[in-house]
Structures are given as structure tokens and as C-alpha cells.
Design a protein around this ligand. Structure first.
Ligand SMILES: *Cc1c(COP(=O)(O)O)cnc(C)c1O
Length: 577
């Protein structure tokens, strides 16, 4: 098997690669059992006490297993090319084997004491991911999480740590009469200004403890600031684009920000973050004296698969840094789209020029989220959090709150990650799949590039079924969305028709697709443009669309793709009525 022959690296919707998989699986199991037998070979053998677990009574285990397998018969067949629903599909054979091999070891990344090899593999796998997204693995840091949501939380945790240090210094300087600059400026002063003042006033981190809102809590800080210099305590805000994943409001909630503190940035009429909208929110925050905890851009939006102009966001923030000395945290939520970085170096890269520029700007971000369990074709639960610079990895150490610098820590552990126990299965799966499907244009990238081309073909095929199918613009990645509408329909009329088609998909076992609502509040321009296709009018606060994620590895096959295309056409026609 050639490394580039990625299609052979999946079990197949009918188990077409079953034999290969079976022999690899048998081998894995045999080695696992052999290792146990050989480890401490002279120790006495264990005799199970309970007869239930005795081989003679395997019937009990067998029947319970049958019951479970019977239940699983009804599970959603995400391995089938007919599944075009959410961001999930079959996993690759190497990822599955990597996962399973580690599963038997049951290693726990909470500490190197529970995962010696697992921790080393995690470092290697993080380096592979860092390299894929263009980071220099040396200064980069990161760790695996249970998913994109947790990786996003990791970013907020660290951005808050940084902001809190800079703000605490600002409060100290103001209370002691050394500064009359607004706290907004201190909140974004940067580490070098921070250290300069710490040195000048011979301050230690300990001295700032009673000026830290993370230590004192925002209420006590608020009273303190009001009493000492008659200023309102500036509750930080998060600036997130209107296309954000729902993990961001969750993050605000968990980290003690009011819902009000999540400020939405306008989107352009393709559904991507509009840098002008971001600039306006930054100015608004400064006017209101509200520190900016972080700016988020999304690479591969959950709804439409669009890629925000990460490069333009970076330009904007670099400009503020250069001209105003304002250091603002930029997190790129690339949970879905991050793996498209593996496509970049290829000659036949099917990404648009704007998407390429956005992906190439990843190293300019403060932190990144990736989800190997999406386009890495790795089993759940496997997300990753990365920073290009170890300084951005700092968090308040739980043992010694606020004091211990952990930038030098070589291995992430329970004290530097939000999660305590963490499975080593993800790193192992990423590591093994990258060996066989390298994370570049020849390997994984070639495969993802084909998914972009297949998306275009399907997009056109769906559009041809009926003039009443109103396609949204082609996605930056591999998501297809469309609404159903007749000439002149209002949005509510169109939504009813689209919902009928969605109900048809839901009720028929033929194909899976999902529904999403594009709110006029967030997607105003996009909704207006789409509705203009049928000269309709907007009388509802959201436009309903059918959404299909085209990430199934088997659509690579011509015959399968044609079959799906035909099935799509067949199921859409009657549903259109
Ligand atoms: C999927 C996704 C997440 C959340 O990831 P989970 O792995 O489901 O926790 C966050 N952001 C974006 C853009 C996503 O697509």
C-alpha cells in the first residue's frame, strides 16, 4: 500500500478492507496478550475467583455482549457514504489501531507517572500538529483535550491569566500614583512592559496578589477599584464573530463573564468575520474601558464551513500592537478547518486564495484549537490546544495559585490542563495515522483536497435537481447548504418548504442531512443575498437551510459518489412536491 493511497486506509462501508483490518487487529491483540504474559513472567498466575468471569461461563458475557451488539444495530451509520449529516464520519484504520493499542495500556496523561510513553507520544503528536499548521514546534506548546470545546476553554483560561497579570500591575501602579493611563491600556500592555515595570518597582508576583481579580474575585476587585480611584471595574469582554460555535457562550459562562460580555462581530455577506466589524468592536471596547480578553476567529465554521480572514485579523491586531502598544489575544478556533493546513503545499490545492492566506496566518495567532476527531478521522474524544509561544501557555498553577511559572514544563500535566485525567488514545491515534497518512499534501492533505472537489461536484448536482433549490455560495471547505423557495417566497414560506425537505430526510433511512437556521442578526448580508436569488422578502428572524457535511472518506470512489448523487436527486425530487 502506498502512503498516498489513503482510500485503502478505511475499513469500508461494507468492510471491504475487513481482511486487512482483521489481520492487523488480530496482531495487535496477540501482541498485547503476549506482552502481558511475558511481563514479570515468573509471577504466579491469577485464578479468577468469580465463576462468572471464568471461561466456562463465557455464555453470560456472550449474551450480554449480544444484547449490546443488538442495541448498536440501531446506531446512526456514520460509516456509510449515505451519512452527510454532522461533522462526523468513519475513522481511519491507522487511527483506530493507534487508539486501540493505547486503550489496552489505559495510560493517563494526567501525569507522567501514569503515562510514560503516552506523554512522550503526546509531545510528538503535538509537534506533528504544530508542524501541520505552520508553527515552529520548538517554542510551540500544546496538549490534547477531549475536544474542541475544551480546547477553546483552555485558550480562555490562558488569556485570562495573561490579562489578569497585566491588569493587576495597572491597578497597583494607579493605586500607588505611578500611572494615570486608563486600565484598558494596562490590560493590553504586553509582557515586556509588564516586566519592565515589575523590575523598576521591584515588584514580585506575590505583591500583585491583592490586585488580581482571579485571586480576589471580580466583586472584591470591583469594590477596591471603585474606592481607590473612583473608576468602575472594567469587566473584560470577548469579541467573537457571529458565526461562532456554541462553545464560546459556554466559555463565558464558565469563566464568570456575563452573557453581555460576549460581543458579537459582524460577518460579511459570505458568513465570514468582517474585519471592519471587529475593528468597530475593539473601538467600542476601548471607549467603554472594557479590556478585551480575547478576539476569536473561526477557521471552518460549524454552520457553513467558512474560513474567517485570520490573516486580516492578525494584520489588524498587529497594527494595534505596533502603533498603540496594545497586545490583544487572538484565538483561532480551527476545530473543524485546521486540518486543511495539510492541503496547503500541494500543487493542486483546491482552496481559494483567501482561504489559503487565512490558513497560512495561523502562526500569527496567540492560540489555536484543532479537532483530530473531525477531519483527522481519529476516534473520539480527541481535540488539541496549541500555542506558538510557550509564554502563552502559562496558567495559574493550582498548587501554588498565581506563583509558579510553568513555561519550562516539558510535559503538560493535571496542573496545567483543565482536564485532570486525559486518555492517551488521541495522541497515539494521531501519531500512528500521521506515520501512514503524513499531515501534508501527499498524505492527509491529498485526501482532504479531494473532499473539496467532491463537495463542488455534489453542490452542482444538488443545484441541478430543481430550480427551487437555492444553493448558498460554495463553502470554503466541504459543507453544502441550500434552501427551498419559489420565486417571490417570503423567508417564512421558504422555511416551511425547507423544513418539509428536512423532515423527509429525517423520516427516510436513505440519506442523512442536518438542518440549521441562519439568523438575520448574525447572517444579515448572507440571508439578504440568498433571498435575492428568488426575489423574496425577509419576514423572519432566520433562514432555514439544509446542511450537508461532505467529509465521508468513501465519496472518493467514483461509483459511490454517483450512487449518492442519484440517491440525493431521488430523495429531493419527491420532497420538493
Ligand atoms: C466542533 C467545533 C467545536 C467544538 O468541538 P467539540 O469537539 O465538539 O467539543 C468548536 N468550534 C468549532 C468551530 C467546531 O466546528
Amino acid at each position: 500500500m502506498k502512503a498516498s493511497d489513503t482510500s485503502a486506509l478505511f475499513i469500508g462501508p461494507k468492510g471491504e478492507q475487513g481482511e486487512v483490518f482483521s489481520s492487523l487487529w488480530d496482531h495487535l491483540l496477540a501482541v498485547t496478550l503476549q506482552r502481558r504474559a511475558q511481563r514479570f513472567a515468573d509471577d504466579p498466575e491469577w485464578q479468577p475467583l468469580s465463576t462468572k468471569a471464568h471461561p466456562s461461563d463465557y455464555a453470560v458475557v456472550q449474551s450480554a455482549l449480544e444484547e449490546l451488539l443488538d442495541l448498536l444495530r440501531e446506531e446512526i451509520p456514520t460509516f456509510s457514504p449515505r451519512y452527510l449529516g454532522h461533522m462526523v464520519s468513519d475513522v481511519s484504520i491507522p487511527a483506530l489501531l493507534g487508539h486501540m493499542a493505547m486503550l489496552f495500556e489505559n495510560a493517563n496523561l494526567a501525569s507522567r507517572e501514569a503515562a510514560l510513553v503516552g506523554s512522550a507520544l503526546e509531545t510528538e503528536a503535538i509537534n506533528l500538529l504544530a508542524n501541520m499548521v505552520g508553527l515552529d514546534p520548538k517554542p510551540a506548546r500544546g496538549h490534547f483535550t477531549s475536544g474542541g470545546t475544551l480546547a477553546n476553554f483552555e485558550a480562555v483560561w490562558r488569556a485570562r491569566y495573561r490579562l489578569d497579570h497585566w491588569l493587576a500591575l495597572g491597578v497597583w501602579l494607579k493605586v500607588n500614583g505611578y500611572s494615570d493611563s486608563p486600565l484598558f491600556e494596562w490590560a493590553h500592555c504586553g509582557w515586556s512592559v509588564y516586566h519592565e515595570h515589575m523590575n523598576r518597582h521591584e515588584l514580585s508576583e506575590q505583591d500583585l496578589l491583592s490586585y488580581s481579580s482571579v485571586v480576589m474575585g471580580p466583586l472584591a476587585m470591583s469594590r477596591f477599584v471603585l474606592e481607590n480611584f473612583k473608576e468602575e471595574w472594567p469587566e473584560p469582554v470577548m469579541l467573537v464573530p457571529g458565526n461562532k460555535h456554541y462553545s464560546w457562550p459556554k466559555a463565558a459562562n464558565i469563566f464568570g463573564l456575563g452573557r453581555e460580555a460576549v460581543w458579537s462581530c459582524d460577518l460579511d455577506d459570505k458568513g465570514r468575520l468582517d474585519p471592519a466589524g471587529l475593528r468597530a468592536q475593539i473601538e467600542r471596547a476601548e471607549e467603554a474601558g472594557r479590556p478585551i480578553m480575547m478576539v476569536v476567529s473561526v477557521a471552518g465554521t460549524t454552520e457553513l464551513g467558512m474560513i474567517d480572514p485570520v490573516d486580516q485579523v492578525a494584520d489588524l491586531l498587529d497594527g494595534l500592537c505596533e502603533h498603540r502598544g496594545l497586545h490583544i489575544w487572538h484565538h483561532v478556533d480551527a476545530a473543524y478547518g485546521g486540518y486543511f493546513c495539510s492541503v496547503l503545499q500541494g500543487d493542486s490545492c483546491a482552496l481559494s486564495a483567501t482561504s489559503k492566506a487565512a490558513l497560512r496566518a495561523f502562526p500569527r495567532a496567540s492560540s489555536l484549537t484543532l479537532d483530530p476527531h473531525k477531519l483527522g478521522f481519529v476516534p473520539y474524544a480527541c481535540g488539541a490546544f496549541l500555542v506558538p509561544d510557550a509564554n502563552a501557555y502559562l496558567v495559574s498553577n493550582i498548587q501554588a495559585p498565581y506563583l509558579e511559572a510553568i513555561a519550562d514544563a516539558k510535559f503538560p500535566s493535571w496542573s496545567t490542563t483543565l482536564e485532570g485525567s486525559r486518555a492517551a488514545t488521541g495522541p497515539s491515534a494521531v501519531w500512528l495515522s500521521a506515520k501512514i497518512m503524513p499531515l501534508n499534501a501527499e498524505g492527509h492533505g491529498g485526501f482532504l483536497n479531494r473532499s473539496l472537489l467532491i463537495t463542488r461536484t455534489l453542490h452542482e448536482a444538488v443545484a441541478r435537481v430543481s430550480p427551487e433549490i437555492r444553493m448558498l455560495d460554495l463553502s470554503d471547505t466541504n459543507v453544502i447548504c441550500f434552501a427551498i423557495a419559489s420565486e417571490g417566497d417570503t423567508v417564512s414560506e421558504a422555511n416551511r418548504k425547507t423544513d418539509r425537505v428536512i423532515a423527509h430526510f429525517r423520516d427516510s433511512p436513505e440519506l442523512s442531512a442536518t438542518r440549521t437556521g441562519l439568523s438575520v442578526e448574525n447572517y444579515g448580508g448572507l440571508v439578504a443575498n440568498t433571498v435575492a436569488q428568488w426575489r423574496g422578502s425577509v419576514d423572519s428572524d432566520q433562514l432555514t437551510v439544509v446542511r450537508m457535511v461532505v467529509m465521508n472518506p468513501y465519496l472518493d470512489d467514483e461509483a459511490i459518489a454517483q450512487n449518492i448523487q442519484a440517491l440525493l436527486e431521488d430523495s429531493l425530487r419527491p420532497a420538493l412536491g
